[in-house]
Ligand binder design. Structure first.
Ligand code: ADP
Ligand code: MG
Length: 527
């Protein structure tokens, strides 16, 4: 019997994701085409609205005339651009990002653009093209690159730069991937449409492989305040993170370290906290033993008297913009939205926003159309495993709010946080963290109540209109009878005149729809 020894080796992050591309959403040609569009659009939006720039985004998908399974996807933005020295790593080194800070952005894994390059490289083999001009630069920089999978580093095949003739700044990315437009069309269109709902302050141009152009024009210049960077809250810390923070801090004492590196800890609190766990506030960081650091991490997570996490660094969309977005795209008869107060889970602040749209051009369906968003990203897959689905389809009894399905109802749920509890790196659904579920439920109930009172008001008004109509309908009869009773000594009032007078009285007392100009019109309006 021969026993072979196992061979051990480690692989690079690029190789890991190259082997496991499904977990990042690149599982088949249809899904991969969708994911490619998504990653590039999200980067484009992060480069614009997160910096206060009203986005102009152009997305083009073309089919290769010779190889119908090959698609070229390009996305152009008017964002801040990428400094040329970072372009190769931004697109060619897995886990390289400018978003590894605590700030609310769409990206944050440092993975998206590289997954696109890796997938393109596996399926087609052409290099990715990147053209960029940073916001204050007078030049344009162009690159073509691939990824060295073994080493996790970029291979730059082409590099050029030239003086800028226009005042464009931003980034243009073009990549060839194997895709399946037929099977991803509905998802991609939905993705673009939902992006337009949540960013009504953007111009979005989309040309599909069939040559059809869809343009979502900016309908407001109101833009949410750009997210700011924040420091970690002690309740969200773990041992490894604490070690890293201690290593990179230049604070000279323990007290100064807590005060400087965390949010929610002032000088007084720092002193009181440290003494409560038996650590001297004036100790130097270098003198901490492994045991001290473990104790510190544990206590930071559980100490009750820190200020709660702040949410002023978050960038919710705001109820106004949500209403504008829902109205512009869905064209409903009723719309409302609410931005909830900040709440906290596991040391991370988050804000839930809920919008509701009813009637108008919305098609009736058997359950509410759920529009899910996290940090302004539309989430389309894995709907049934998302906490928002649970709330909308299980927790809420819509009958109580006057809705009987099928009904033309859409519910928008947006969660923003520096840490979204996604269920996977494909960023498609959100885990059911109890406080998040509660916040969503409260938000949905709030807008559902507002819909309920709208529907009740509408019903009352309709009833009233019906009653008025019934009265008016009989005016000609009444006028005729009255005309018979006029005294013989007085000139007879013609029934037409009586009719008109009675109609005036009803009109002034209860109000009549402007389309009804005389009692004779009523016959037409009563069905
Ligand atoms: P992530 O978005 O999670 O940071 P990506 O791999 O998608 O990771 O992108 C890596 C980095 O490349 C980003 O952090 C950003 O700095 C830069 N980048 C990518 N696309 C753009 C763009 N369109 N405009 C500006 N910067 C970009
Ligand atoms: Mg990204």
């Amino acid at each position: 019997m021969s026993k072979t020894a196992e061979k051990f080796r480690s692989i690079s992050p690029a190789e890991f994701f190259y082997r496991n591309k499904e977990i990042a959403g690149f599982s088949n040609p249809a899904r991969a085409l969708y994911q490619t569009v998504r990653e590039l659009v999200e980067n484009a939006l992060d480069a614009t609205d997160a910096h206060g720039i009203l986005p102009d985004i152009q997305v083009v998908i073309e089919r290769d005339p010779n190889k119908p399974i090959v698609y070229r996807v390009s996305v152009k933005d008017n964002g801040i651009g990428i400094p040329p020295q970072y372009v190769p790593d931004a697109f060619g080194r897995v886990l390289f990002s400018s978003k590894y800070v605590l700030r609310q952005t769409r990206g944050m894994f440092g993975l998206g653009a590289k997954m696109v390059v890796l997938y393109s490289q596996i399926t087609v083999g052409e290099p990715i093209e990147v053209v960029t001009s940073p916001i204050n630069s007078r030049r344009i920089y162009a690159f073509k690159l691939l990824i060295d999978v073994r080493e996790n580093k970029p291979i730059v095949l082409y590099r050029a730069s030239w003086r800028k003739e226009s005042d464009w700044h931003g980034t243009y990315v073009k990549v060839a991937v194997e895709g399946d437009w037929g099977r991803s069309k509905s998802k991609i269109l939905e993705y673009i449409q939902r992006t337009a709902i949540i960013t009504p302050y953007a111009n979005i141009y989309f040309k599909d492989p069939e040559g059809r152009v869809r343009i979502y024009r900016r309908v407001t210049t109101k833009i949410p305040p750009p997210p700011r960077e924040t420091k970690p809250h002690p309740h969200g810390i773990d041992l490894e993170m604490l070690k890293l923070m201690i290593k990179s801090s230049d604070a000279s004492t323990l007290q100064e370290f807590l005060e400087k590196e965390f949010q929610g800890i002032g000088k007084v609190t720092a002193g009181r906290f440290l003494r409560s766990i038996g650590l001297d506030p004036s100790r130097s960081l270098a003198s901490l033993t492994r045991k001290d650091i473990e104790r510190l991490a544990e206590a930071l997570r559980s100490y009750k008297d820190f200020r709660p996490p702040r949410a002023d660094h978050l960038s919710p969309i705001g109820s106004e913009i949500i209403k504008i977005g829902l109205s512009a795209i869905l064209k409903p008869e009723f719309v409302d939205a609410v931005t909830r107060k900040p709440a906290v889970y596991g040391g991370h602040a988050f804000i839930v926003e809920v919008g509701i749209a009813y009637g108008g051009a919305i098609q009736p369906s058997d359950s509410p159309i759920l529009l899910r968003f996290a940090n302004k990203i539309p989430l389309l897959y894995d709907e049934r495993s998302d906490v928002a689905w649970k709330v909308v389809s299980e927790n809420i009894d819509w009958g109580y709010y006057g809705i009987q399905f099928p009904a033309p109802l859409a519910v928008l749920v947006h969660i923003c946080s520096t840490k979204i509890p996604y269920k996977g790196v494909g960023k498609e659904s959100i885990a059911d963290v109890p406080v998040i579920e509660q916040e969503i439920e409260n938000g949905v109930r709030q807008v559902a109540r507002s819909l309920k009172s709208y529907l009740a008001r509408k019903k009352r008004e309709e009833e009233m209109a019906r009653r008025v109509v019934t009265i008016i309908k009989y005016i000609p009869d009444i006028a005729r009878s009255l005309s018979v009773f006029t005294r013989a000594s007085e000139p007879k009032i013609p029934s037409e005149e009586l009719e008109a007078r009675l109609f005036e009285i009803v009109k002034s007392k209860v109000g009549v729809a402007p389309s009804i100009k005389s009692p004779r019109d009523v016959v037409i309006s009563v069905e």
